[in-house]
Ligand binder design. Structure first.
Ligand code: NDP
Length: 332
């Protein structure tokens, strides 16, 4: 038997999320079984745990889009018992039983080897949020390399900076030598964001309301976890030839923008998806996270919780009340 969060939906009881005892024989028929050591709670897990959006598409479902642990059995040629692995996305926690459990049975093709310099706990402190931040930063790096933009030659904006994607993006961009401007709705977290490497902290409100199609040119690049007017304003204030990476929708899924920044300033808007990103891109992202992310800063942005607290965190993360990252000790 093992412990797992379990989401059920029935006519009689509606949408329910309970901490349950499951038998290993109930696990889905993947080709690798993993003893999960750490998991986490991302924004999408919040949607699944609360049922706020239809993220979970099969019932019953074990939520958790991330896990890190040790392989205990494998029929996959790449993995052997004892291998340490990380899993992000691929529909896990949505259409396939996920990581908020002590055991998981998944497809070996979805697994990334734990980078040599990271523990399973650190990998989950990074989680999908941090790995997505890395995908955004790598996209900006490719754009800047082509455009001949050097670190320090302008400011980079990170929105939703107090959240998971935002906190890791701030730390990564600062580690690369960029001047990072962190936008947050929580000005009380200014010291936290500066400790992660932000040069300046601005109020979310400055970007959240409808703005002009073209604004003062400021950013050489943007990591946006927020969407809606914030993303439109970020594009409108990006410098000539700059780039914006859009990965989130914490403010909204809409994009009330004009084409002006794209056709008059040559701004590029990149969409970032972590869930179905090809394995080659994931491996490069995890290797760079291992090489670049300051472990002290990672620990500063991370809070540890036992399994019992997971359901409450689902609502808190959707309310924008979770700072940085959360790791879940699935054995506590
Ligand atoms: P978090 O909740 O940790 O971070 C989101 C942050 O956005 C909050 O902390 C808050 O930061 C800010 N925010 C919240 N509500 C609003 C609002 N109404 N208006 C403006 N800002 C707001 O979530 P994650 O970091 O886990 O995820 C961030 C976003 O990225 C989510 O939308 C998520 O779905 C998406 N995502 C997408 C991925 C992909 O593959 N494309 C992968 C991972 C995440 P502050 O208080 O500092 O303003």
């Amino acid at each position: 038997m093992f412990k797992a969060w379990m989401i059920t939906r029935t006519d009689a009881e509606g949408y329910r999320c309970t901490l349950s005892d499951l038998d290993e024989s109930q696990l889905p028929a993947g080709d690798v079984t993993v003893q999960v050591e750490w998991s986490t709670v991302n924004y999408k897990d919040g949607l699944a745990l609360t049922g706020r959006s239809p993220v979970v598409r099969q019932f019953p479902m074990v939520p958790g889009i991330d896990l890190a642990g040790t392989v205990t059995a494998s029929r996959h040629p790449r993995w052997r018992e004892g291998d340490r692995v990380v899993l992000n996305g691929w529909g896990v926690g949505e259409t396939w039983w996920g990581g908020l459990a002590q055991k998981a049975c998944v497809q070996g093709d979805w697994l990334v080897a734990l980078p040599p310099g990271l523990t399973t706990r650190q990998a989950m402190a990074i989680g999908t949020a941090g790995y997505t931040a890395m995908l955004c930063v790598q996209t900006l790096q490719r754009h800047w390399a082509e455009a001949g933009v050097a670190p320090g030659s302008g400011e980079v904006l990170v929105t939703g900076a107090g959240g998971g994607v935002g906190s890791v993006a701030v730390a990564l961009l600062a580690a690369l030598g960029h001047t990072v401007v962190a936008s947050t709705g929580r000005p009380q977290e200014a010291d936290y964001l500066k400790a992660l490497g932000a040069a300046e902290v601005i109020e979310r409100q400055a970007l959240a309301a409808p703005g002009k199609p073209l604004q003062k040119e400021r950013w050489i690049g943007v990591v946006d976890a927020v969407g809606s007017h914030t993303l439109a304003n970020a594009c409108a204030s990006t410098r000539y030839g700059g780039a914006v990476t859009a990965c989130g929708l914490a403010q909204g899924m809409d994009l009330p923008a004009t084409v002006a920044p794209f056709i008059l300033r040559g701004v590029t808007l990149y969409g970032i998806d972590s869930v179905m990103a090809p394995m080659s891109r994931r491996e490069v992202a995890w290797a760079q996270l291992d090489a670049l992310l300051d472990r002290h800063r990672l620990e500063q942005m991370t809070r540890e919780v036992p399994m019992a607290e997971v359901a409450a965190l689902g609502s808190q993360i959707l309310a924008g009340q979770v700072r940085g990252r959360v790791v879940v000790n699935v054995n506590a």
